[in-house]
Design a binder for this molecule. Structure first.
Ligand code: 5GP
Length: 182
């Protein structure tokens, strides 16, 4: 891995893995044997999702949705589009949305509205990262959060910048010249 691109490592791999294990254990306790449908939001949450579900011990099935809320670069286009819908119905299922990061909260707010119409038995959210200070939807409920982070654009552990850096096992901030080079 090219370490010259890293400005600062915010969350090292060992810290992420420890927290993901705790989240899985907490979720397993809370659902108390009820079956969970974990819904991973592509593509940012795919690595978190795979680590999280391996730490959940209640009966579980997975499904995925792809949503576009950001354009290629760093800035939000303010538009949320469903690019890939769920494969299976969620009516009467205990749905757990697995998201990479909550920023303004607009994506999640929209997604929850879309999924609530399908009448799940319950709908909760597990987000690895939360930039609380950026929130625009203040009453957005996020039941499980891995880490609160400052308002910096992060990559790694599934998160990208222009589709790169998802494969790094830790979460970091790129050196400014790598954001500007597009
Ligand atoms: P929101 O709608 O909450 O403002 O944005 C949520 C989405 O924006 C996330 O699912 C993620 O795709 C993207 N996002 C927000 N902050 C970051 C960040 O720091 N790094 C990356 N890679 N994506 C981000």
């Amino acid at each position: 891995m090219d370490r010259c691109i890293i400005d600062e490592v915010l969350l090292p791999e060992s810290i992420i893995q420890k927290r993901v294990k705790e989240l899985g254990e907490q979720i397993s306790r809370d659902y108390g044997g009820q079956e969970v449908r974990a819904v991973g939001i592509l593509r940012g949450a795919f690595i978190f999702m795979s680590d999280l579900v391996r730490n959940i011990s209640v009966p579980l099935s997975v499904d995925f949705m792809a949503i576009s809320s950001y354009t290629e670069g760093r800035d939000s286009g303010g538009v949320v589009r469903i690019l890939k819908d769920l494969d299976k119905p969620i009516t009467n299922k205990h749905v757990l949305i697995v998201e990479d990061i909550v920023d303004t909260g607009l994506t999640l707010h929209h997604l929850k509205e879309v999924l609530m119409i399908r009448e799940p038995a319950s709908l909760k959210v597990c987000a690895l990262l939360d930039k609380k200070e950026r929130r625009l939807i203040h009453d957005l409920q996020v039941e499980y959060t891995g880490f609160e982070i400052p308002n910096r654009f992060v990559v790694g552990y599934g998160l990208d910048y222009a589709e790169k850096y998802r494969n790094y096992p830790f979460i970091f901030v790129l050196k400014p010249e790598f954001y500007q080079s597009l």
